[in-house]
Design a protein around this ligand. Structure first.
Ligand code: AHN
Ligand code: ZN
Length: 334
């Protein structure tokens, strides 16, 4: 290659400058300083969570009608989830059993469990209930008509299906079990005249914890998602999770903060809830937390909880993104 005189005069100064830059970036001192700096951006290891895709899983569930145990919509809901997981290539088991509810009815339970890297020892369990409530007992009107359950039910499933889609064929070096729980939301209403049934909520998870899909099943820890899609949602550190799995709460909330989501995953404690994670902790001894929309001060659920306001119009894709990315990043940080 022939260089013109003017280019020759540029060549050595340029080479020197490049060498200097290269040496400088290899300087261990400058690296240490960079790492120690509070301004160092956090570089996520997980792929981008797709909130549009998560939203579409919610839409598809709601379109079936309320997924109330014993109904056709319930059967179709199970089929949608099972088929989708199998299409992703995950090893999928449907656990069926007759279960008696507080009102003396007997329903066929359908717990759906799908496993990513089923042979890996190190495993994380992700849960969300897929059934929806048979009544609107917190509403002022139409109390006996079932709710859509866009948030209470469909949102957690939507986020988990999207995570399942993303990690299939990924390089994630970890076992993950997706557990779509049934009969979570057929609990006894407060104003019920029937004799009080203990532990009337979370019947699917209680059954599974006593009869795991694989004998001797365990996981390092679990994360339950419940009501993770409504506008204005915040997720305080829920009491049952803090009691049984404080390290997991800490880990997840720190990751959320690093992703810039500390306005959603707020650093506040709230009271304990009876939710699927309680039985995962107490009956099968897997430390499990609950990412659940609750008001930090009052400890109550969102306004729409168990009312007809719990429909598609309250779903906010941004909230789905916040939760989905946080959970996925937690997996990739393992
Ligand atoms: C109780 O009301 C005691 N537990 C409700 C758990 C739940 C219902 N989460 C969503 N729907
Ligand atoms: Zn509910």
């Amino acid at each position: 290659m022939k260089l013109s005189t003017s280019m020759k005069s540029l060549f050595w100064p340029l080479l020197l400058a490049l060498t200097f830059i290269a040496c400088n970036s290899n300087n261990p001192d400058s690296e240490t300083k960079q790492k120690g700096s509070a301004n160092t951006p956090f570089i996520p290891k997980s792929p981008a969570f797709n909130q549009d895709s998560a939203y579409s899983w919610i839409e598809q569930q709601v379109a079936l009608g309320p997924r109330v145990p014993g109904t056709k919509s319930h059967a179709q809901g199970a089929e949608l989830i099972e088929k989708t997981l199998k299409r992703f290539g995950l090893q999928t088991i449907v656990q069926s059993a007759p279960i008696t509810t507080y009102d003396g009815k007997i329903f066929t339970l359908k717990n759906i469990i799908a496993s990513y890297k089923p042979d890996f020892q190190k495993r994380i369990l992700l849960l969300a209930h897929w059934d929806s409530r048979h009544i609107a007992d917190s509403d002022t009107a139409k109390k006996n008509i079932p709710i859509d359950g866009a948030d209470d039910g469909a949102s957690g499933v939507g986020v988990l299906l999207e995570i399942a889609r993303q990690i299939t064929n990924s390089d994630l070096n970890l076992g993950v079990d997706f557990f779509f729980t049934d009969l979570e939301d057929y609990g006894q209403p407060n104003e019920s005249n029937l004799p009080k049934m203990e532990d009337s909520w979370c019947l699917g998870t209680q059954y599974w914890a006593k009869n795991p899909h694989i004998p001797g099943y365990t996981a390092n820890y679990g994360i339950l998602l419940d009501m993770v899609g409504a506008k204005g949602a915040v997720f305080p550190k829920e009491g049952t999770g803090v009691y049984f799995a404080p390290d997991v709460v800490d880990k997840v909330w720190k990751i959320a903060a690093k992703l810039g989501y500390n306005n959603y995953f707020v650093d506040e404690r709230t009271g304990s809830t009876t939710d699927d994670h309680l039985y995962v902790n107490t009956l099968i001894n897997i430390p499990c937390i609950d990412i659940v929309h609750m008001k930090p001060t009052t400890g109550s659920y969102g306004q729409h909880h168990h009312t007809h306001q719990d429909n598609l119009s309250i779903i906010d894709k941004n909230i789905l993104k916040v939760v989905g990315q946080t959970v996925m990043e937690t997996l990739y940080q393992e």
